[in-house]
Design a protein. Structure first.
Length: 198
């Protein structure tokens, strides 16, 4: 223990002396060179300022080049777009998707009457489809209501007889409630369809 203490103390003293000697040596060097150091510091400052100016000029040149490149690219895109539109207009001349572009042999009023007849026919077909859909929906609702009533009766019988556990009964009740909700939604849709028919 004593040896460790002595060794530690010796190292501490050696470190302290090294620092003291180094500081005094640096102080002696600095006394004679103070004017020299001031001159070097001012030269370094001037060199830094020149470097900063050069960097700023280079950055400005790069920014200007990027701006010019962006402008050129934008102008090229505008030119290309204008050319495409011009070609497209030339290609589309006389060809359109609008009604009346491809009339065939028909003219004016005849074409309009034909279009109106087609629209009436389409409307009648859709109305007929809606009527059949509403009728089918009514029959499905009636069937579903009958099945739900049977399921409720069967569930009540099983509850009274004790054939099923409470967990099974609860599961069946939940399934019946889901089916009733689905039937309600179907009825709402059918009623909306009926409203469209009138």
């Amino acid at each position: 223990m004593e040896k460790l203490f002595i060794r530690t103390l010796g190292l501490g003293i050696a470190l302290g002396l090294t620092i003291a000697v180094t500081e005094s040596a640096m102080a002696q060097q600095g006394k004679g060179n103070s004017n020299k150091q001031a001159a070097e510091a001012s030269e370094e400052q001037e060199a830094r300022e020149k470097n900063q100016n050069v960097r700023a000029n280079k950055d400005n040149q790069k920014d200007n080049q990027k701006d010019n490149q962006i402008k050129d690219k934008h102008e090229r895109e505008q030119r290309d777009l204008a050319q495409k539109q011009g070609k497209q207009q030339a290609d589309d001349a006389g060809k359109g998707n609008a009604y009346g572009q491809e009339k065939g042999d028909m003219r004016g009023r005849e074409f309009g009457q034909n279009r109106a007849a087609g629209a009436r026919l389409t409307g009648e077909q859709r109305k007929a489809e809606l009527v059949t859909t509403v009728d089918e929906g009514d029959s499905k609702v009636k069937e579903a209501r009958d099945r739900i009533a049977k399921a409720k009766d069967e569930l009540e019988k099983n509850r009274k007889s004790g054939k099923m556990s409470d967990a099974e009964l609860d599961g069946r009740r939940v399934a019946i409630e889901r089916a009733e909700n689905a039937v309600r939604v179907l009825e709402e849709r059918i009623n909306a369809g009926r409203a469209k028919l009138q």
